[in-house]
Design a protein around this ligand. Structure first.
Ligand SMILES: [Zn+2]
Ligand SMILES: [Zn+2]
Length: 246
């Protein structure tokens, strides 16, 4: 025991923790330094509904897409843009099972959430489901891990009741109509009575077009949820001709 702790102190002295991004000395394991934290790509003026970055000088609180076709969800809380280095941190968490990075991202998200003046606390958190085959290959559902951290930190109940009936091909490169068709009937909920009358936050790691979030929010509203919000780490920037695609 004594030797273990001596060994630990010796290795810490010789190999102090380093910032994951710039290698500057850091106090803790799997952390990033303050300058790197300040440099993370944040969404400064998000659309209130889908968190898409709004164009400069716009007077509107909503993006053109949400004004054109109102999503089923009410609000998205998403502090980061899906750009380097956030995209790299998420990829390592998701595809290389670097859980310490998942924890770090969840903590960074929490810091922003707790400072948000407009936050409305939901009654339930529900992770976006992975198909069981994909979950088996990946070994875990990244959205479930994020939801667990946020549920504990904010003392909000977690229900993992949404599931995928079938695996869906990648949404990439599909038109808006194809994406919606691709997801038709793909999701279901095990215990609809549990969401009835409740304000729910759906938890996801990255929001791209919002089609999945929209499909799930519609299911929850049909089951009687009073409001559905999206909580995610990062949002992809708007693709070209986005309004044509969704
Ligand atoms: Zn750094
Ligand atoms: Zn929007």
């Amino acid at each position: 025991m004594v030797y273990n702790s001596l060994f630990q102190r010796l290795t810490q002295a010789l190999l102090p923790f380093r910032c994951l991004l710039c290698l500057a000395p850091c106090e803790h394991h799997a952390q990033i330094c303050l300058p790197c934290r300040d440099d993370l790509p944040r969404i400064s003026s998000p659309c209130e509904q889908c968190a898409l970055p709004l164009p400069n000088l716009t007077q509107s609180r909503f993006c053109a897409h949400c004004l054109h076709r109102t999503p089923a969800f009410s609000h998205t809380f998403c502090p980061f843009l899906y750009a380097f280095p956030v995209s790299r941190l998420i990829a390592k968490f998701k595809h290389q099972q670097q859980f310490a990075l998942g924890h770090l991202l969840a903590q960074l998200w929490l810091e922003d959430y707790l400072q948000s003046p407009t936050r409305a606390t939901p009654a339930l958190l529900m992770p976006v489901p992975l198909h069981r085959q994909r979950r088996w290959t990946r070994g875990f559902n990244q959205s479930r891990l994020l939801a667990e951290t946020w549920s504990k930190a904010l003392d909000i109940r977690l229900h993992d009741d949404l599931y995928r009936r079938r695996d869906t091909p990648s949404q990439q490169g599909l038109s808006a109509i194809q994406r919606r068709r691709n997801l038709r009937g793909a999701f279901a909920i095990s215990h609809p009575e549990l969401v009835s009358g409740k304000h729910i936050a759906l938890v996801d790691d990255v929001m791209t077009t919002g089609t999945t979030a929209n499909a799930l929010a519609a299911i929850l509203l049909r089951a009687g949820a009073t409001r559905v919000d999206i909580w995610c780490l990062a949002r992809t920037p708007a693709p070209a001709r986005r309004d044509q695609q969704e």
